[in-house]
Design a protein around this ligand. Structure first.
Ligand code: PMP
Length: 445
């Protein structure tokens, strides 16, 4: 339907004003505040399939997918039914229950890991995996990569990507730590090197490998915008293991997103530990970490590394995760379909930008995509430093152009968008129409 003029944002504005009075910045997670793109954050009233509806009744094609979990689309019938069934049996027990066993069996079978422990967020999963790595190796240093985000545990808020690239007041890539409140002593235990720079990683491991407990990495980066690992970098990651440091794949974003075994399956990685979140909770709060039995047996109560959670293994979250992973496994073509949609989206964006004379550089893999506003060959942005060279003002203008045309893109240049199985040719055509107009509008004098 056609409407005259822009949709109202009155309800979102009113809610945002109330929210700002009672919540820092009016949001419960920073990137939602639209700080880098400006404008009123849309307060969402409901979500179905590929669509969000905001508090003013405006509908958007959603490319956030709750930042990854909603791979089947919002309000998927099987997930909804599973949550409903679980709900009839109570919402939390504080005691073990069958669904935790079933989801652990499913995750370990699909990912080829021996044992898994559920948490309630990705942050807890990575934090716990690092504690485990330190407990297992008896070493204290960890290595992370510039622009990779692993949640907000103190020692991981060091050059930590998207939210911090978007919101930090200092220059991009400012000195570690990247949050106030993280003691230098904590940050000092985190060594940072450049993603996709195998020589730098080799040199770091040669110099300090004997004191490093773990190297944690995003196997495909989503949190600096999409960055895809080069074969040489993957080989260097595997060489880390010879030093006795554990290789920790943070698959919170990529797990069950890029394949039924995440990036690990797609790229032939063999990490010692993996972290999951997002999709394994089907839109409810979940995280998990897992790996070889000899390492996982160090976790309490079997071993000496403590980790716990009041709501860990929550029955509703387990039910949503089971339904989501089961639906993915039951539909072997789903990843190919997501891939085709995303490839067509990428091609259409390139055409639209070129037609308007706007320079973009598109990275995409599976159902993840970032269009960096910069003049570089498509697929060539592979480091944080390159990503940070994007025209964030140009991106912000385009983002607003898309939003005004009913397309809810990720509100930061340094994020991936997420395509879901509910996105069809109809949504693709509408998205590309909007993209043509938004790129063209950005070039108007
Ligand atoms: N690791 C990665 C790779 C992530 O993308 C995220 C969240 N975006 C996290 C960890 C943290 O997960 P959570 O927000 O559930 O704590």
């Amino acid at each position: 339907s056609s409407s005259a003029g822009p949709s109202s944002t009155a309800q979102s504005q009113a809610l945002f004003a109330r929210a700002q009075a009672v919540t820092p910045g009016g949001v419960n997670s920073p990137v939602r505040a639209f700080k880098s793109v400006g404008g009123v954050p849309r307060f969402i009233a409901s979500a179905h399939g590929a669509y969000l509806t905001d508090a003013d009744g405006t509908r958007y094609i959603d490319y956030i997918g709750s930042w990854g979990p909603m791979i089947l689309g919002h309000d998927h019938p099987a997930v909804r039914e599973a949550i409903g069934t679980a709900l009839n049996g109570g919402t939390s027990f504080g005691a073990p229950s069958a669904r935790e066993v079933e989801l652990a069996e499913l995750v370990t079978r699909l990912t080829g890991t021996d044992k898994v422990r559920f948490t309630s967020s990705g942050t807890e999963a990575t934090m716990s995996a690092l504690r485990l790595a330190r407990g297992f190796t008896g070493r204290k240093f960890i290595v992370k990569f510039r622009g990779n985000y692993h949640g907000h545990a103190d020692g991981l808020l060091v050059e930590a990507g998207s939210g911090l690239m978007t919101n930090a007041d200092g220059p991009l890539g400012a000195a570690a730590p990247s949050s106030a409140g993280v003691p230098q002593e904590y940050a000092g235990l985190t060594l940072v090197t450049e993603y996709n720079d195998p020589a730098a990683l080799d040199a770091l491991i040669a110099a300090r490998g004997h004191e490093i407990a773990a190297v944690i990495f995003e196997p495909v980066v989503g949190n600096a915008g999409v960055l895809i690992p080069t074969p040489n970098f993957l080989a260097a990651l595997h060489r880390v293991k010879a030093s006795g440091a554990l290789l920790i794949a943070d698959e919170v974003m990529t797990g069950f997103r890029l394949s039924l075994n995440g990036a690990t399956g797609l790229l032939g990685l063999e990490p010692d530990l993996s972290c999951w979140g997002k999709i394994i909770g089907g839109g409810l709060p979940v995280g998990a970490y897992g790996g070889r039995a000899e390492i996982m047996e160090f976790v309490s109560p079997q071993g000496p590394v403590y980790q716990a959670g009041t709501l860990s293994g929550n029955p509703l979250a387990m039910a949503a995760g089971l339904a989501t992973l089961s639906a993915l496994e039951a539909d072997p073509d789903i990843y190919a379909r997501l891939d085709v949609y995303t490839a067509r989206l990428a091609a259409g964006l390139k055409d639209a930008a070129a037609a308007a004379g706007v320079a973009i550089s598109v990275n995409h893999i599976g159902s993840m995509l970032t269009a960096f506003h910069q003049d570089a060959p498509h697929g060539s942005v592979s480091t944080y430093t390159q990503a940070a060279g994007s025209d964030t003002a140009g991106f912000a203008a385009w983002f607003q152009g898309m939003l005004a045309r009913g397309i809810y893109w990720a509100p930061s240049q340094f994020e991936s968008i997420f395509v879901s199985a509910a996105h069809t040719d109809t949504e693709l055509a509408a998205t590309l129409d909007a993209a043509h107009a938004a790129y063209a509008a950005g070039q108007a004098p």
